[in-house]
Design a protein around this ligand. Structure first.
Ligand SMILES: NC(=O)c1ccc[n+]([C@@H]2O[C@H](COP(=O)([O-])OP(=O)(O)OC[C@H]3O[C@@H](n4cnc5c(N)ncnc54)[C@H](O)[C@@H]3O)[C@@H](O)[C@H]2O)c1
Length: 321
């Protein structure tokens, strides 16, 4: 039996992981989330009704004091994320994200049998390295981190993650840091490129309307949520994992322009005219994880076909619109 705590488990990745882990009856799962972003929707309520899942609504900027529990694993997904949040409340991004980590590490240190603390960082830690044109592609985990443009609000997100990684490294806990790269799928926030596109396209009329696409020439390696969860499930309790920082994602890159064309085709709206534009914010030109270490540890080389993954995501979002 494993007792597993998932912080931020009402959100996108945390929910998908909790759903998968709950299928194993001898996993006892507790989800903590303040529902600032994650939702008490039908999917989440169904999950919390399972016998081996418990949900506690709590804000992790406050000290966590659960006396009865003795967790084997703690997953930390909670954070203020998304470009809109970063530009509208940069102070909160840095302040809240680091407070959550600090509180949780204190709580983790009180657990007698804790086997691992798993933290989700981000590929964005390398935004400064990219801007200084020093970033390798594909990007390995041990690439040099360069800090750049600290006064730009967007820096608060990557700084919060770098600070949280460092705090955990020096916490004395056994830890694993995951760096997800562009994970997508049903139930992710609306503030990301794929759901935002689906929502806009759904409202447009084929043949008549135009679709403005920012940063059309940027490249991303999009990874379907179920593939990311496959990787996380193997990595979190693997005895082989001596490596402490691991990229999560897909090795296949796609230009945003080609992604939009594919979404239009799946949505049967390929007569809509794409108007190419440039974004105003510091969106990275390219993001591509080096997955050698990930594949060495997981043996997972196959990824869900992008057409199929996008179709499932589109279907889910259309129902919600
Ligand atoms: N989705 C991606 O592609 C991606 C890429 C890189 C990094 N990450 C990181 O992975 C983690 C999970 O990402 P996600 O897409 O699932 O995000 P998400 O916003 O869907 O989930 C985060 C959850 O944390 C909760 N939360 C926020 N502040 C909280 C607080 N103070 N107390 C308790 N709960 C709080 C939110 O309500 C939400 O349910 C994040 O830390 C994010 O930075 C995600």
């Amino acid at each position: 039996m494993s007792k597993i705590l998932i912080i931020g488990g009402a959100g996108f990745i945390g929910f998908a992981l909790a759903s998968r882990l709950s299928k194993k009856k001898n996993n006892e799962i507790m989800i903590i989330d303040n529902l600032s972003r994650g939702k008490l929707d039908a999917d989440f309520l169904k999950l919390t009704q399972k016998k081996n899942v418990k949900f506690v609504k709590k804000n992790l900027t406050e000290t966590l004091d659960l006396k009865i529990y003795n967790f084997d694993y703690i997953f930390q997904f909670a954070a203020i994320v998304g470009v809109r949040n970063v530009y509208s409340k940069p102070f909160n991004v840095l302040d809240i994200n680091t407070k959550i980590q600090s509180n949780l590490i204190q709580f983790a240190n009180k657990q007698k049998n804790l086997k691992k603390f798993i933290f989700t960082s981000t590929s964005e830690v390398f935004i400064g390295t990219l801007e200084k044109k020093k970033l390798k592609f594909p990007t390995p985990e041990n690439e040099t981190i360069i800090l750049n443009q600290l006064s730009d609000p967007r820096s608060t997100y990557m700084l919060s993650k770098i600070y949280c990684e460092t705090l955990l490294i020096h916490s004395g806990l056994n830890y694993l840091i995951l760096r997800p790269h562009n994970i997508f799928g049903p139930r992710m926030g609306n503030d990301h490129v794929i759901p935002e596109l689906i929502t806009r396209i759904e409202k447009l009329k084929n043949n008549i309307n135009k679709l403005y696409v920012e940063n059309y020439n940027h490249k991303r390696a999009f990874c379907y949520i179920e593939d990311a969860i496959d990787q996380i499930i193997i990595l979190y309790n693997s005895k082989k994992v001596n490596y402490k920082i691991i990229n999560i994602g897909s090795p296949k890159e796609k230009k945003i322009y080609d992604l939009v064309k594919l979404i239009l085709k799946i949505m049967k709206k390929n007569k809509i005219k794409i108007i190419k534009t440039y974004g105003k914010n510091r969106s990275p030109q390219r993001r591509l994880p080096d997955l050698k270490l990930n594949i060495k540890l997981t043996n997972l080389t196959k990824r869900t076909n992008l057409n199929i993954a996008l179709s499932k995501t589109i279907e889910w979002y259309i129902k919600k619109i």
